[in-house]
Ligand binder design. Structure first.
Ligand SMILES: [Zn+2]
Length: 563
């Protein structure tokens, strides 16, 4: 009997929340090493609970109680956010005001009550049976369970010997029980950084007034504008840009509907300065992160757009609060990735980008119905390291036996598999982009969509290295995809303009000039807008492109696809 109770308790604390997560989030997936880690945790907890005698039982209960509390809260968090307790969730709750909290409780009242009733009843009865069961447990049983648990821990322990941090990340992803503690511990530090950033945004003053925004060509102000910001995506791995592997079949199919700019770079390989630089009306230097002028969001609102920010990057993470504040300056900010691991290392986490589709589609449907002008910014997780977590296993195209010719001097034994994972992540982006561009194409409203990546990524193209860093900037980190797509209705109304735009697709451009360009594309002008900086203007003048490493010098074309 006892063994059954201990097994049910272990199931309740460790497996049931994971099972609920799998059920609620069709994109969430576990790999075999996660399953082994989970089995090890279950056996270790059962070993503790199988120890005989009252003293052991009291000790075990002392460990069980906080675990059970954490489990109940995990169930609540899953029922509401479809994700376990996370720093993002804790922040959402602790940062809300009483009115918001009341509205929130009203909205989720039945779910909260049902989850609480079920999980409390279950945990109290399990504890009761654990204490009341007559048949004695034994040291032998406990030792057997401990041995099993230890054997299953070997892969994780081996990983910990190599890198304790990586092992801790892996553990955090499946062991939800510790998340309450770790999330609360990190909350304070996060708040200090958060408040500093908030103060900075508030002190920006009334940036919109100084803009002197004008509509100079009202016909160009498309009612639906979608700006997709990719992550760690180099165009050099797009089949569309000449990469020898067919990583972007869907985009290639719709190529005639797209304008594919083939000489766009970003000045920096870091997300915050890259995104802030692209969306600031004042040109920021390569590593600068503070935009003290109007942002593209301010400009869009000034022009009458309702602005939404949909992000699959975490709301809380390293020090990404600048982008979160930028996102929150929109009329509506939706962070679909609540699932940051409690260690805060969002990039280790699984939150596939397809999560942005549901809120995006509801906005598009609303534009069709209401006729309201909407601009939507979508911030993706893209192809950020860890690459194998950026696509569902079922959608892998390149497997371990697929090989690609490596550049001279690339000797890292991991290079082949990293490139395969990266290319699978790109192929997943291809599907996602094709779906968004497809929805834009079919919109009855005049619609424009722009996709670019914050920065690229080095994946063993010219160095024995994968990742991105300004200290170590390589061409693959600077060279990004930059693609425009339109609705058929826009195409009909602006056919001539599109022909002209197409002729601009080989212009040398840097994303720190995106805001004047996009404003110009929409027929807007503001006081400091310099048309010679606009990629989409006849007045465009190429500038010397400065990156964090100095002046960018493109290799002779065709450079794309060569490895
Ligand atoms: Zn980035």
């Amino acid at each position: 009997m006892d063994i059954v109770i201990t097994a049910i308790l272990a199931f309740f604390i460790h497996l049931a929340p994971i099972a609920l997560k799998l059920k609620l989030d069709s994109l969430y997936h576990l790999n075999s090493s996660s399953l082994i880690t989970l089995a090890a945790i279950v056996l270790l907890q059962m070993a503790l609970l199988a120890l005989p005698g009252k003293t052991w039982r009291m000790l075990a209960t002392a460990i069980l109680l906080p675990l059970i509390l954490s489990t109940i809260l995990n169930f609540l968090s899953l029922a509401i956010f479809a994700s376990p307790i996370s720093l993002s969730g804790v922040v959402s709750i602790l940062q809300s005001n009483p009115a918001e909290a009341l509205e929130f409780t009203e909205t989720y009242k039945s779910r909260i009550l049902l989850t609480l009733a079920l999980s409390l009843t279950l945990s109290l009865s399990l504890l009761y049976f654990y204490w009341k069961s007559r048949v004695q447990t034994s040291y032998r049983l406990s030792a057997a369970l401990l041995a099993g648990g230890l054997i299953l821990s070997i892969p994780l322990l081996a990983k910990a010997m190599e890198s304790p941090k990586l092992a801790a990340w892996d553990l955090h992803e499946v062991v939800y029980a510790d998340r309450l503690l770790t999330s609360l511990l990190r909350y304070r530090g996060q708040m200090i950084a958060w408040n500093q950033e908030r103060a900075r945004w508030q002190n920006r003053g009334d940036v919109a007034t100084g803009l002197e925004l004008k509509r100079v060509d009202a016909a160009k102000l498309a009612p639906l504008v979608i700006v997709i910001i990719g992550e760690s995506t180099t165009r050099n791995h797009f089949g569309l840009y000449g990469y020898p592997r067919n990583t972007t079949p869907k985009l290639e199919q719709m190529r005639d509907d797209l304008i594919v700019f083939d000489d766009v770079i970003t000045p920096t390989a870091h997300t915050i300065p890259a995104v802030m630089g692209a969306l600031c009306s004042e040109k920021l230097k390569a590593g600068e992160i503070n935009c003290n002028a109007a942002t593209m969001i301010d400009i869009a609102r000034g022009a009458g757009y309702k602005v939404s920010w949909i992000s699959n990057q975490t709301q809380i993470g390293f020090d990404d609060s600048s982008i979160v504040h930028l996102g929150k300056s929109a009329d509506k900010a939706i962070f679909v990735n609540q699932d940051v691991s409690s260690a805060g290392e969002a990039d280790r986490n699984v939150s596939l980008d397809a999560k942005v589709l549901a809120p995006l589609k509801s906005i598009i449907a609303n534009v069709e119905k209401s006729g309201e002008k909407n601009m939507v910014f979508i911030h993706l997780m893209g192809a950020h390291f860890t690459y194998e977590k950026r696509y569902p296993d079922a959608q892998a195209i390149f497997g371990s036996s697929d090989r690609i010719e490596l550049a001279e001097g690339i000797k890292d034994p991991e290079a082949q598999s990293m490139i395969n994972h990266y290319d699978n992540a790109i192929a997943y982006q291809d599907e996602l982009l094709a779906e968004i561009f497809g929805a834009v194409k079919e919109s009855s409203k005049e619609a424009v969509s722009l996709y670019f990546s914050d920065h690229g990524e080095e994946v063993f193209a010219s160095k024995n290295f994968h990742g991105h860093s300004d200290d170590n900037l390589t061409p693959a980190m600077s060279e990004v995809p930059f693609i425009l797509s339109f609705s058929d209705s826009y195409r009909k109304a602006h056919g001539k303009d599109l022909e002209i735009l197409k002729s601009y697709s080989d212009r040398p451009f840097i994303t720190s000039q995106l805001t004047p360009s996009l404003s110009n594309l929409l027929g807007l002008r503001y006081k400091s807008l310099d048309e010679t900086k606009s990629l989409f203007s006849a007045a465009f003048e190429p500038e010397l492109r400065k990156t964090a490493k100095g002046t960018y010098e493109p290799k002779a074309k065709p450079q794309l696809g060569q490895r």
